[in-house]
Design a binder for this molecule. Structure first.
Ligand SMILES: CC(C)(COP(=O)(O)OP(=O)(O)OC[C@H]1O[C@@H](n2cnc3c(N)ncnc32)[C@H](O)[C@@H]1OP(=O)(O)O)[C@@H](O)C(=O)NCCC(=O)NCCS
Length: 182
């Protein structure tokens, strides 16, 4: 009986994970993204930032995770500039609706974003966040300075190994980041 219950539980967990689908944001997703991002961060600063980036057409990639018809996760990437050549993305923000956190949604979004950016020829990606979470995707604390501090929270992932070698100056996000409350 115990054996049967355990397997039934595992199957339910697997089925739960498999219902999440990741796809590019569509216009109809925008209100739901605003609601979930505000709930995930406990305030509107990040959803206002997304709106500003979208309004300025500075979003390079915006993905949603759906549970059936409901948007439960979102990630946005805009460009980062460094001294010297290269194609760089800044991932921010990443958010999962509180009721769906720790169910693999954030990981699905990140993994899809990494596949997409590899296909699109990005050299490296940057983000600010908890290294304990982002290390699982291969991010490491960056030796490059950011406008938002240079501690371990500023991380990078080289998609083209060695592309960040040398002095690359300070990483700069699109202007909306400096104008919001984030
Ligand atoms: C951070 C966040 C995007 C993670 O998404 P998620 O779908 O809950 O995460 P996943 O299910 O993919 O991964 C869960 C794992 O990440 C860990 N984790 C989640 N948030 C973490 C954090 N802030 N720091 C460290 N670890 C974290 C969980 O403990 C869990 O660990 P385990 O695999 O060892 O059990 C989500 O919790 C969220 O939206 N948080 C609020 C907004 C936020 O802080 N965004 C990130 C800004 S950089």
């Amino acid at each position: 009986m115990g054996y049967l219950s355990e397997n039934t539980f595992s199957l339910a967990e697997e089925l739960k994970i498999s219902v999440y689908k990741v796809c590019p944001e569509s216009p109809g997703d925008i209100p739901a993204i605003e609601v979930l991002v505000t709930a995930a961060f406990g305030g509107p600063a990040e959803s206002k930032l997304i709106a500003l980036i979208r309004q300025r057409k500075e979003s390079l990639t915006s993905l949603v995770a759906n549970d059936g018809d409901i948007v439960v996760g979102h990630v946005l990437m805009s460009s980062i500039t460094l001294d010297g050549p290269g194609k760089f993305g800044g991932i921010a923000p990443l958010a999962v609706a509180p009721a769906h956190q720790k169910s693999g949604v954030g990981s699905l979004l990140m993994n899809q974003l990494l596949l997409t950016t590899r296909d699109e020829g990005f050299d490296a990606l940057f983000l600010l966040g908890d290294p304990a979470y982002y290390a699982r995707f291969g991010f490491i604390p960056s030796h490059i300075n950011s406008e938002y501090g240079a501690d371990d929270a500023f991380q990078h992932l080289e998609l083209r190994p060695g592309c960040l070698a040398g002095d690359r100056g300070t990483a700069r996000y699109v202007s909306a980041f400096a104008e919001g409350d984030v």
